[in-house]
Write a protein that binds this ligand. Structure first.
Ligand code: ADP
Length: 477
């Protein structure tokens, strides 16, 4: 395993990108004819192949990201497996044509809603989960009957190419149904132009550009743009679980998770006990070796970004425990606990995306809720309390697309839950019925059954007698 990052994969020649876009378009025309059950059968086989070859995939993921084998398997392939199981079992319920209501005097007609594929879905993904996000989005897009043009991060393109190769080798899908377009931002723009809907995960600035480009072509974009997960720990919280969750939630994937814990508000009476537990757990984390709990940063500038936040916190009076740079070239740092954090510090307001647990003491739960809601983000949030009713009540006040009650952030793995943010954290949802349906277009069907050759009474000619009858039927009097 290489110590530091591999060189990024840059753009392929424009002709090659265009050829991949055409292959996806051709495959979309073939695939849209497959029934939902045919798609389920083919994609089940595809997953079996990916799962069977996952050691190979794990090696590529690890080479590109420096994660431990355990972390790569649990965070990347584990949730993928659950998503596959959920969506294969529920595809037919969600996607099959379903009857729709008609008024009683349409008793000779049938109404239904069909779900047509959109065509080509552009999947544009970041570097933090190079298998899970591209796979999860592509799998759902293909299940909904679409082809996929996948533009992975330039820092984790090898994983996407491995996925493309492994899927293609099954021979179960039309050629080019999952086509990868490597490259930088310009390749992403090409993907927006060549697709019918964009599924984007990345930064707010890029997401905004993607949304604008898509909107100018009247294409929808579903955006997931990161978060600043506030964890609210109440005085009666189960402290052992809460402390363990703060550490895992903030440091899993070396803190590079958009739903990860990014700030903790703790009620004053349990602050010190909570901090002691968090500190002990952070101290126990392994930071080197193949089984390290804390891997390296994946994107090189990230190390300095996180260090800058820690410097800012120190300069404003916080106590930072840990957080040392362990290996600059290898992009590794020790996890950090920030005590005495305040909202003036960037570590409490800007996405950190590193193994940092900033803790702020608060007087009351309501104060924590107000602080949690005070910024532009709204992806993950959680409330910790032994009083589930109170925690549930507070959680309804959180401006977040995903909330946990004594739970940090495992929502993405559950296909039954819609995943996405509010405010600047995103637009639209992945997963859940609505997430899968968003990858389709509704086609409304109205079919006249009998008498086969008779016109309807509301057609020409208009007559007073017919109008009087229709007035009754239509509930106008
Ligand atoms: P991150 O730093 O989390 O990867 P970015 O928002 O920079 O977040 O990138 C997310 C994805 O968007 C990457 O695959 C990147 O190459 C791609 N990208 C960057 N610029 C553009 C753009 N203008 N249009 C489309 N995709 C882009």
């Amino acid at each position: 395993m290489s110590e530091g990052p591999l060189a990024p994969v840059w753009d392929v020649p424009p002709e090659e990108s265009a050829a991949r876009a055409s292959a996806a378009r051709r495959a979309a025309h073939v695939w849209r004819r497959a029934s939902v059950s045919q798609r389920v059968a083919a994609l089940r086989g595809v997953w079996e192949a990916v799962r069977a070859k996952r050691e190979e995939g794990l090696a590529v993921v690890r080479e590109e990201t420096g994660k431990s084998r355990d972390e790569a398997e649990i965070l990347e392939f584990g949730p993928a497996s659950l998503l596959v199981r959920y969506f294969l079992a529920n595809a037919s319920r969600i996607l099959d044509e379903r009857p729709a209501w008609t008024p009683w005097f349409f008793l000779n007609k049938r109404a239904a809603v069909r779900r047509l594929p959109r065509g080509v879905i552009g999947v544009i993904t970041p570097w933090n989960l190079p298998f899970l996000i591209p796979f999860g989005d592509s799998f759902c897009a293909m299940l909904a009957g679409n082809a996929v043009l996948l533009k992975p991060s330039e820092w984790t393109t090898r994983t996407a190419l491995w996925l493309e190769k492994t899927v293609a080798a099954t021979g179960l899908l039309p050629e080019g149904l999952l086509s990868v377009v490597p490259g930088r931002g310009g390749a992403g723009e090409g993907v927006v132009d060549a697709s019918d809907l964009v599924l984007f995960t990345g930064s707010l600035a890029t997401g905004r550009r993607v949304a604008q480009r898509a909107a100018s072509q009247l294409k929808p974009a579903i955006l997931e743009l990161g978060g600043k997960h506030p964890m609210i720990v109440l005085a009666d919280a189960p402290l052992e679980r809460a402390a363990a969750a703060a550490v895992w939630g903030a440091c899993a994937n070396a803190g590079q998770l958009c739903v990860g814990v990014e700030r903790v508000y703790v009620e004053s009476s349990v602050h010190d006990a909570f901090v002691a537990k968090v500190r002990a757990r952070l101290a126990a984390l392994r930071t080197d070796g193949p089984n390290a709990d804390i891997g390296r940063f994946i994107f090189p500038p990230q190390l300095d970004r996180v260090q800058k936040q820690l410097d800012d916190a120190r300069s404003k009076g916080a106590e930072v425990i840990g957080g040392e740079v362990l290996d600059r070239a290898g992009l590794r740092m020790a996890p950090a606990l920030v005590l005495g954090a305040r909202m003036e510090m960037s570590v409490m307001t800007e996405e950190t995306f590193g193994p940092v647990v900033p803790v702020m003491r608060v007087g009351r739960a309501e104060e924590a809720v107000a602080l949690a809601n005070s910024g532009p983000h709204g992806l993950g949030a959680s409330v910790w309390s032994a009083d589930l009713e109170k925690a549930e009540r507070l959680s309804t006040l959180l401006e977040a697309g995903i909330v946990g009650i004594n739970e940090p952030a495992t929502h993405y793995a559950l296909g039954s839950l819609p995943f996405g943010g509010v405010k600047s954290s995103g637009l639209g949802r992945r997963h859940g019925d609505e997430g899968l349906l968003a990858l389709t277009q509704a086609q409304a069907v109205l079919e006249h059954e009998w008498p086969a050759d008779a016109p309807d009474p509301w057609w020409f000619p208009y007559e007073a007698r017919k109008t009087a009858l229709l007035r009754r039927l239509l509930g106008l009097r």
